[in-house]
Design a protein around this ligand. Structure first.
Ligand code: BTN
Length: 263
């Protein structure tokens, strides 16, 4: 497969480089199976922190819990960002950092969204995108690399599969506009770098908490194979969801929460 790379020349990127320490190199391709899969290979081959792979479409876009991520041409931003964090931070915190950066970008372009714990971006009551963080470790428990994959449905899908029609949505109406997508990307990277450069200090927890759409609501969840429900209260320092169930408080670090009973 021939992959055509070309560096996206964005006027604003130059200014952005002078403003922040993180140096982003943005590469844009027409189609890949998954930007995360390709960027993981590049990470192993020594590509530097700040390398960003953006694809117009993905043939095998992946989400959390082995789900697929529908990525047709023109509809969305499908991107992966390569990090080489100097310090260890829990992978969930990088997922949440990316969710905050994506939400910041949506607000900066005049739209609203919320976050469904832990990694889903919602517009109204439908999913408009998600985050998939994958990493490789060195033997001494530090990161070799982290790939932060972000997929946002920016524009309406044509040919949306039936199973997505009732649960997926898009940020903007109207025809796909590459300029809006590029502005969105720059805004997202801008926000990401502000929080990322302060790690290991976590400066985005309050912002993340304010975006969560489950706080104060009854949620259904699975814990150790058991189905339960409780009231979502907060997130802790490792971005575990704290749920109050009667007199007990439970910290969930993975899995799914929903607003309807789990089946
Ligand atoms: C989810 O919904 O659980 C996460 C979806 C993450 C999708 C993005 S699109 C860019 C990157 N490449 C992938 O294969 N997945 C992520």
């Amino acid at each position: 497969m021939i992959i055509l790379y070309f560096t996206v020349l964005l006027a604003s990127l130059k200014q952005f480089r002078y403003t922040y320490d993180m140096d982003f190199q943005i590469h844009h391709v027409k189609s890949v199976d998954s930007t995360n899969t390709v960027l993981k290979e590049k990470a192993i081959n020594g590509f530097p922190e700040g390398f960003v792979l953006v694809s117009d479409s993905q043939t095998n876009g992946r989400g959390r819990l082995s789900r697929s991520f529908f990525s047709p041409p023109g509809s969305g931003l499908y991107m992966s960002l390569l990090l080489r964090p100097a310090c260890f931070v829990p992978p969930a915190s990088l997922t949440c950092l990316a969710a905050v950066a994506a939400a910041d970008a949506i607000f900066s372009l005049g739209k609203e969204c919320s976050v469904k714990w832990v990694n889903d971006i919602y517009c109204g009551n439908k999913k408009a995108g998600g985050i998939l963080v994958e990493s490789g470790m060195k033997s001494n428990c530090t990161y070799d690399y982290v790939v932060v994959g972000i997929g946002i449905n920016l524009f309406p899908f044509t040919n949306i599969p039936d199973d997505l029609r009732s649960i997926a949505t898009n940020v903007f109406d109207g025809t796909p506009d590459p300029e809006i997508r590029d502005s969105f990307l720059i805004s997202l990277l801008n926000s990401f770098s502000v929080y990322y450069e302060k790690l290991p200090e976590i400066t985005f927890r309050e912002r993340y908490l304010s975006l969560l759409n489950c706080i104060g609501k009854e949620v259904y969840y699975q814990n150790n194979g058991m189905h339960s429900k409780g009231i979502a209260e907060s997130v802790d320092d490792a971005f575990r969801l704290i749920v109050k169930d009667g007199n007990n408080r439970i910290s969930l670090d993975r899995g799914e929460v929903s607003f309807v009973p789990c089946t």
